[in-house]
Design a protein around this ligand. Structure first.
Ligand code: PLP
Length: 392
């Protein structure tokens, strides 16, 4: 037996482990410290009541032979596909039902989509970025290069000078919290169509876009259907991080030569995936009902208010700040040229706040830091007050 040697190229996954170790050590030495955690990317508010009621009803369905559901289909149950199609239609986007693939997460889908692409493809990935794209392409042994996303361009991904076959974009971005506008996305769509490249567009945070001028789907951009795959998730939208439900859209016009990526993904899912539980899909469907959407909007507003509190507080304290408007993430530059980890230690030791060092999202994140709006309003306000007192 030999192993896939590419796994040896992976960096040790130490970011959150190292954060946890440092926080435990500090808490052990300072048992009375009131530590506020604004580092996690996990939601904290309960599921929308509409989803809870739907899931209870779905459990009842499973208790009766007439309504019992066995294996779900590999691509998703029609009622949820219908609800997703209607959600796109509200934004003026037309998606066919067989272009929607329901899954257990955008993490698995953004990771697994690489199955469709040859090992010889050149892959471009934003830096700083959600690490799954880099890790999964390392596992596959593909050549990769970074797309410049720097402060000079407000962390908007810049078109590369060299060729890439596959490009990962994430908007609103984790970790920078910046959302791409229609003109920026159009440049990428045109670039990809001219070269026959594919854009893998991660819209896991689209529900946080509140600016009506910003696109919420890449398919709002003309030309995207021939070059883009879109990933979405109920995780950050509707509190499904522990329930697990997401979907990927692959338009039928998206071809590699003569081959349809939609057909390839359908084949891949049929062989490697057995679908998402009926109960979960009923819960997800309910989040897209009128009642569910109103409840989801309230929760998103809650997180966005927290993000605004952090953003306003950091700005008032003199930091350079990005994100926190159309995103739960606030991204800022460490003061006085501190490294990301040096600021982590300073915040933990001096004001007892836990955040995430920007360098954990790629080399270009060095010197930056991420805080999230996923805490409670009370803790968020208290954290901002501590930062103001320490740095203003
Ligand atoms: N995409 C991005 C950019 C994320 O930040 C995350 C989670 O943090 C995911 C995808 C994962 O989503 P899911 O919970 O649907 O797997």
């Amino acid at each position: 037996m030999t192993i896939n040697q590419n796994f040896l190229r992976l960096k040790k996954n130490y970011l959150f482990a190292e954060i946890g170790r440092k926080v435990r050590e500090y808490a052990g030495q300072n048992p009375s410290a009131a530590i506020i955690r604004l580092g996690i990317g996990d939601v904290t508010r309960p599921l929308p009541p509409a989803a809870i009621a739907a899931m209870h009803r779905a459990v009842d369905d499973m208790s009766r032979a007439e309504t019992f559901v066995g294996y779900p289909t590999d691509y998703g149950l029609h009622f949820l596909e219908d609800a997703i199609q209607a959600d796109y239609a509200r934004r003026g986007v037309s998606i066919a039902l067989d272009e929607i693939f329901i899954s257990d997460g955008a993490k698995s889908d953004t990771g697994n989509i690489g199955d469709l692409f040859g090992a010889e493809n050149i892959v471009a990935v934003c830096d700083p970025i959600y690490p799954v794209y880099v890790d999964t392409n390392l596992m596959a042994g593909r050549e990769m290069f970074s797309i410049v996303c720097d402060a000079a361009h407000d962390f908007a991904p810049q078109l590369p000078q060299r060729h890439a076959d596959v490009v990962y974009l994430c908007s609103p971005n984790n970790p920078t919290g910046m959302a791409m506008d229609a003109a920026q996305l159009k440049r990428w769509v045109d670039w990809a169509n001219e070269r026959g490249s594919v854009l893998l567009f991660d819209g896991a945070y689209e529900a946080y876009i509140t600016d009506p001028k910003l696109p919420r789907s890449i398919y709002e951009i003309p030309g995207a259907r021939t070059c883009a795959v879109e990933f979405r998730s109920f995780s950050k939208t509707a509190g499904f991080t522990g329930v697990r439900c997401a979907y990927t859209v692959i338009p039928k016009e998206l071809l590699a030569g003569e081959t349809s990526l939609n057909a390839l993904w359908a084949r891949r899912q049929a062989s490697k995936f057995n679908g998402v539980s009926y109960i979960t899909q009923r819960g997800a469907e309910a989040t897209l009902s009128g009642e569910g959407r109103a409840q989801v909007a309230q929760t998103i507003q809650y997180y966005l208010r927290n993000a605004k509190t952090i953003r306003d507080g950091l700005c008032a304290a003199g930091f350079s700040v990005w994100g926190g408007v159309n995103s739960p993430y606030v991204w800022f530059r460490a003061p006085n040229g501190l490294s990301s980890w040096a600021l982590f230690d300073q915040l933990l030791h001096e004001v007892q706040i836990v955040g995430t060092p920007g360098s954990g999202f790629g080399p270009a994140g060095e010197g930056c830091f991420r805080l999230t709006g996923f805490g409670t309003a009370e803790h968020t306000a208290e954290a901002v007050e501590r930062i103001r007192k320490r740095y203003a």
